[in-house]
Design a protein around this ligand. Structure first.
Ligand SMILES: Nc1ncnc2c1ncn2[C@@H]1O[C@H](COP(=O)(O)OP(=O)(O)OP(=O)(O)O)[C@@H](O)[C@H]1O
Ligand SMILES: [Mg+2]
Length: 365
């Protein structure tokens, strides 16, 4: 029978870390389910590395507790926590062979040489670099070296795999490949993984759960879809993707939506993201991808559809998509992103931009 997965495989309760005057992590509670890949996402300095280092035992918490598999870890030394780690700057030992690099974590485990050999070979096969054991790190490419670091982390069959921005030193294409590789490998091994990044695309594409952090606090946690589609505040909506924010005042409930008044008295329909009452100030959040553009002269009014009119002031081609900045008649500038084949518009063109109310979310101000 399949064992139930532990929803609190890793658990932080009231965890806090102070460095002198800086509170790097503030009273944080977080649970990491067994077998999942959870990313910690947030801007530089928000406490991601500090949280990971506390879990690893490289830093001790100022207060709060850390549990792995239900056991309190606060006083457990680093080598007894059974964690695999890959850090951005954690290079391979340059003077050791690949074999010795990968075997490193097994040395102190009382395992026979022949078993070590088998395990190392298997780990190298897992990262698709079989047979490189005799080489030196300098004889491998950057991406290959990062795969060896991965082999070294998984060879010990860790309870938890910790990765702190492991892809940031790689170029864009290689990053994409490695991202997919880590994702596949994590699923194949089923190892509980905490992945730190400040790259939202990385976080959204590979996680079971995304934890968005700012200033040592968790802002929101949830599936990639939840945090992207139902961002609970300005910071999260702004950090994930390209969002427009428009100030408004709540007027009344109209069918499934709320109608609001914009600063130019324009009426707009949107979905409330929380409890909102008539007269409340709220900001409308609209993803740049949700606008449909057309030439102003072609516009036909549609019942219940939100629409703006303006002029294109900036256009940038981004490969598959085109990014536009549009100055509205009321001088507000909005950002729209459309697929290339729906984007014949040029700088200076007069356009309308329409967006259905279900793509407009209202956050209380
Ligand atoms: N050893 C330390 N001594 C003093 N302050 C520290 C120390 N380590 C981290 N900090 C501070 O704690 C805060 C959180 O740092 P942390 O390295 O955890 O951020 P991060 O989210 O990993 O950022 P980045 O994305 O830049 O890696 C920062 O303000 C940082 O300056
Ligand atoms: Mg960091």
């Amino acid at each position: 029978m399949k064992q139930e997965k532990d929803p609190e495989f890793v658990k932080f309760t009231g965890i806090e870390k102070r460095f002198g005057k800086v509170l790097a992590v503030k009273r944080m509670d977080l649970e990491i389910p067994e077998g999942s890949l959870v990313t910690l996402l947030g801007p530089s300095g928000c406490g991601k590395t500090t949280l990971l280092r506390m879990l690893a035992g490289l830093e001790s918490p100022t207060r709060g507790d850390i549990y792995i598999k239900g056991r309190r870890m606060n006083d457990t030394p680093i080598h007894k926590r059974n964690l695999g780690m890959i850090f951005q700057n954690y290079a391979l030992f340059p003077h050791k062979t690949i074999f010795d690099n990968v075997a490193f974590g097994l040395k102190y485990r009382n395992i026979s040489k022949s078993v070590i050999k088998d395990k190392v070979e298997k780990a190298l096969e897992t990262v698709r670099l079989p047979g490189v054991g005799e080489r030196m790190p300098s004889q491998l490419s950057g991406g290959q070296q990062q795969r060896i670091a991965l082999a070294r982390a998984i060879v010990i069959e860790p309870d938890v795999l910790l990765m702190d921005e492991p892809l940031s030193a790689l170029d864009e294409n290689l990053r994409e490949d490695m991202r997919r590789e880590i994702d596949n490998l994590q699923q194949a091994l089923g190892v509980t993984t905490i992945f730190v990044t400040h790259d939202q695309r990385e976080a959204l594409s590979m996680s079971d759960k995304v934890v968005v952090m700012k200033d040592g606090f968790i802002q929101q946690e949830g599936t990639p879809e939840e945090v992207y589609n139902n961002s609970i505040n300005h910071f999260v909506a702004d950090f994930l993707g390209h969002s427009n924010f428009i100030n408004s005042v709540v007027k009344e409930k109209t069918g499934d939506f709320l109608s609001v008044t914009l600063e130019d008295d324009h009426t707009f329909f949107a979905v409330p993201a929380g409890v909102l009452n008539t007269g409340d100030k709220a900001e409308i959040v609209i993803r740049a991808q949700k606008f449909k553009l057309g030439y102003r002269t072609d516009h036909v009014p549609e019942e219940g559809m939100n629409v703006f009119f303006g002029k294109i002031v900036d256009r940038s081609y981004m490969g598959g998509e085109v990014s536009y900045f549009i100055e509205l008649d009321n001088k507000l500038v909005l950002h729209a992103i459309n697929f290339v084949k729906r984007s014949p518009y040029r700088r200076g063109d007069e356009v309308f931009m329409k967006v259905a109310p279900e793509h407009c979310r209202l956050l209380k101000l």
